[in-house]
Design a protein around this ligand. Structure first.
Ligand SMILES: [Ca+2]
Ligand SMILES: [Ca+2]
Length: 136
């Protein structure tokens, strides 16, 4: 059991280490990423899909299962200033509901058409990139 936990933690750490480099610069938004973010395969990412992906990302980033993401875990995704804004209980970390609220906020920012759906092109925009950083 313990070794299984260690294994999943090390996989999570490995995955985030791999993601850390491109996440800091630009996220690659391609068909492979769309496949992950768009499980119903309609060619767009809706808010429910973004939130579901965000929940997965939260779990992945929260390698020690504390239920909270601090500035260190959020590095490259959420700046200190943004963390402060997204942290209404001022504990210096984002819990899952605070993280989801931030996902929603960035989703709305990226969804210029206000149709509740993001196409790949919208994900490639600056605002879209900021969303993808939270949900990839
Ligand atoms: Ca979809
Ligand atoms: Ca908080």
């Amino acid at each position: 059991m313990i070794s299984r936990i260690l294994l999943s933690v090390s996989i999570a750490l490995g995955a985030s280490a791999l993601l850390a480099l491109p996440a800091a610069a630009k996220v690659k938004i391609d068909a492979a990423l769309m496949k992950v973010l768009d499980p119903d395969n309609d060619g767009t990412v809706d808010l429910a899909e973004a939130k579901a992906a965000g929940a997965e990302a939260f779990k992945k980033l929260d390698a020690d299962n504390s239920g909270k993401l601090d500035a260190k875990k959020l590095a490259g995704r959420v700046k200190a200033k943004e963390l402060k804004k997204a942290d209404p209980d001022h504990d210096g970390t984002l819990d899952q509901s605070e993280y989801e609220a931030l996902v929603e906020k960035r989703f709305i920012a990226a969804n210029r058409a206000h149709d509740g759906k993001l196409k790949m092109g919208q994900l490639k925009s600056h605002a879209g990139q900021r969303l993808v950083k939270l949900i990839d």
